[in-house]
Design a protein around this ligand. Structure first.
Ligand code: IVH
Length: 668
């Protein structure tokens, strides 16, 4: 069907009108027309699109309600790594930061851009020719998840940019968050529906963005503020951070209105103080403020260290403390049998979440702080740190409050409790006879960094063990849809999804498999090292102490734990059953020759091949690639218009390669 010109024109007008009102309403908080009028325009466009589906474009204002659900998120490789921030927890640490910046820049005072540190999650938006084509989470900084469909539902994210001189490729970065009001509404709904509430706005935002069904995300009130750019080509940006933010705003991206340009550390402290006092009155959660060197040329001469830029710092607010009462002290049994005392608390809102438990770590700690049931205590929570009991308000203690003692038997399985010399932890001796240890071992096996079995949550593992449907991890692979469908909160659909996820988890890596076994002292990094060094499970299982200790980072304790684990017939049986069930991995490649091991490279200027590619190739040959030139740099690779890094290399007498020479080097 051809679309009459008049209809096409009307649709175009509606597009631009609706985009404009969206921007004024959601990003500027300054609506021009009443909501009802907006709804009418939107409905008009919807009905035109219903009649002429060819008019539906990805950037149409009607496309916010959510596209069809996904099976899984795709991966996105960040061409420019998404960095994190270093933290300053005191004025002294902030002054140290400023001193380092001034020393490196050889200047007396630096201008900083000051902005709030929003407590949400970092998102990268990619605009091509002004259209939103991709949105991704930060992930590990190198690789994130493709959440385009979900981000499209966020009203303050423009699907199309407006204004002049928009770069052909513009990657914008910012924070997606949920306001206090949105969070309260979501949890009210959760309570009505009898589902579990979210602990804080950040988790709610992250959970909402990681929904496979965008229609669910669309119902959550997510918002976004932009705080910087990533990759930009085909256009020019201003030369200071604040002017770039102003440009973003002109293009209709949402930027926080009170980003200030402050002078020196005194200016930073003033801004921090202002926000520390204002914190509770803001409509959203912030956990500090961020200071960024305002001038871009200064930013680039400062460069980066590891995961964070040298030109920015987050000044975090102090941990919050509140008073509450200890209702009980319970003892939890962990994966390795360690018994941990936990204080059950009268719920209290502290540091942005409602806290109901605080770990007391071990018996010594309980004695030292002398925490007793019924005590009034001060609890503290900062950032992601587990809440802790700071101290007891002794003057409020009731008479007869009894001292805490570790039980002599495991509270779950009744086995004797062992005290190991030289360790503070006491352990249940029940091993895998103890249901608590079994449950924890299975939860660990299924966790994201282990075999990553989607849909096998803690509650489900508990049910499976309690109903004796599984005894160890290998039983997971015998579960059928029938076994699962009868369980609480398990419909046929989720049962079949889980069976599928189990099937998918069979294809893994040796490192994940070793980590998933839950050998004491063998964390993710050690598991990766073992996989790399031995390349084969049988070799790890057969290794003697000496061979194990020859592996980097494996000392006598870790070696003993590994040998104890594989000496246990029960563990060998479970491994055999897992392999029988079809768990497999690709052979780990023999590490290639690393001719550039120990050499540090810095890339600068415009290169003809993507910088990330050259970096990867250098790294794959063992080189380190860093962001700034120092006396430890071995080579500077200078593209066109190399700038200050090149000059510094000349000054320090460091070898300079042009791109062709570097390519020759990596091509061997
Ligand atoms: S800038 C290169 N600015 O904090 C610097 N980050 O702890 C990259 N965050 O991953 C970040 N508000 O998710 C920046 N105004 C702000 C921020 C901010 C919140 C988050 C962001 C980042 C994390 C680092």
């Amino acid at each position: 069907m051809t679309v009459p010109k008049s209809v096409r024109d009307r649709a175009r007008t509606l597009h631009s009108e609706l985009h404009k009102h969206n921007y004024l309403y959601y990003s500027r908080d300054d609506p021009l027309i009443p909501d009802a009028e907006y709804d009418q325009l939107l409905r008009e466009l919807q009905s035109i699109e219903a009649e002429y589906p060819e008019l539906v474009t990805a950037d149409s204002p009607t496309q916010r309600v959510g596209a069809a659900p996904l099976k899984a998120f795709g991966e996105v490789h960040h061409e420019m790594r998404m960095l994190s921030l270093d933290n300053a927890f005191s004025d002294e640490e902030l002054m140290d930061f400023d001193r380092r910046v001034r020393d490196r820049l050889e200047t007396d005072s630096v201008e900083y851009a000051a902005e709030p540190k929003l407590d949400g999650l970092a998102i990268s938006l990619l605009y091509q020719d002004g259209k939103l084509v991709r949105a991704a989470t930060r992930g590990d900084g190198e690789t994130g998840e493709d959440v385009t469909q979900n981000v499209r539902t966020i009203a303050s994210v423009p699907l199309k940019l407006s204004g002049a001189a928009i770069p052909g490729v513009l990657e914008v970065r910012g924070e997606v968050y949920m306001s206090h009001a949105g969070f309260a509404a979501l949890n009210r709904l959760a309570a009505e529906q009898g589902s579990k509430p979210f602990v804080n706005p950040r988790n709610a935002a992250a959970g909402s963005l990681r929904q496979l069904d965008p229609a669910i995300t669309a119902q959550r009130s997510l918002e976004m503020f932009c705080y910087g750019v990533g990759k930009v080509t085909g256009g020019t940006l201003a030369s200071t951070h604040i002017d770039i933010l102003a440009q973003l705003q002109e293009w209709h991206l949402r930027v926080y209105e009170d980003v200030q340009c402050v002078s020196g550390v005194a200016g930073c402290m003033g801004y921090y103080e202002q926000y520390r006092q204002q914190r509770d009155t803001l409509p959203f959660e912030i956990d500090g403020v961020v200071f960024k060197v305002n001038r871009l040329d200064q930013q680039s001469s400062l460069g980066f260290v590891a995961r964070a830029p040298r030109w920015a710092i987050a000044r975090k607010f102090p941990a919050q403390e509140r008073e509450t009462t200890v209702q009980d002290i319970e003892v939890q049994v962990g994966r390795t049998g360690a018994l941990t005392p936990v204080a059950r608390l009268e719920p209290v809102f502290v540091g942005g979440v409602t806290v109901t438990n605080a770990t007391l770590h071990n018996e010594e700690e309980v004695q030292r702080k002398d925490v007793r049931t019924g005590d009034a205590v001060i609890v503290r929570r900062a950032g992601d740190v587990i809440p802790e009991v700071v101290r007891v308000l002794r003057e409020k203690r009731r008479r007869g409050a009894r001292k805490f003692h570790m039980p002599a038997r495991c509270p779950v399985c009744g086995s004797h409790v062992m005290r190991v010399q030289g360790e503070t932890a006491v352990r249940c001796s029940g091993g895998l006879f103890c249901p608590a240890q079994r449950k924890e071992a299975i939860k660990h096996f299924a966790s994201r960094r282990a075999l990553d079995i989607e849909g096998l949550g803690d509650k489900l593992v508990e049910q499976l063990v309690e109903k004796s449907l599984i005894h160890d991890v290998s039983d997971l692979y015998q579960l059928t849809i029938d076994d699962l469908a009868g369980l609480e909160r398990m419909a046929e659909k989720s049962a079949s999804n889980l069976v599928e996820a189990l099937q998918a988890s069979k294809s893994t890596s040796l490192a994940r498999f070793i980590y998933a076994l839950g050998i004491r002292e063998v964390g993710e990094t050690t598991a990766q090292t073992l996989a790399r060094e031995f390349r084969d499970l049988d070799a790890v299982m057969a290794a003697d102490a000496e061979t194990l200790e020859a592996v980097p980072d494996v000392g006598p304790v870790v070696a003993t734990r590994i040998r104890e684990f594989f000496a246990e017939q029960h563990n060998r049986d479970v491994i055999a059953k897992l392999l029988d069930a079809g768990i497999h991995w690709e052979l780990v490649e023999q590490p290639r020759q690393q001719p550039l091991a120990g050499k540090t490279f810095v890339l600068t200027g415009t290169l003809s091949m993507p910088r990330a590619e050259l970096k990867d190739r250098l790294q794959s040959l063992g080189a380190r690639v860093t962001g700034s030139v120092s006396k430890n740099t071995d080579f500077v690779v200078a593209g066109e218009n190399p700038g200050s890094k090149h000059d510094k290399a000349v000054k320090l007498g460091i070898a300079i390669l042009d791109e062709a020479a570097c390519v020759k080097l990596v091509s061997g």
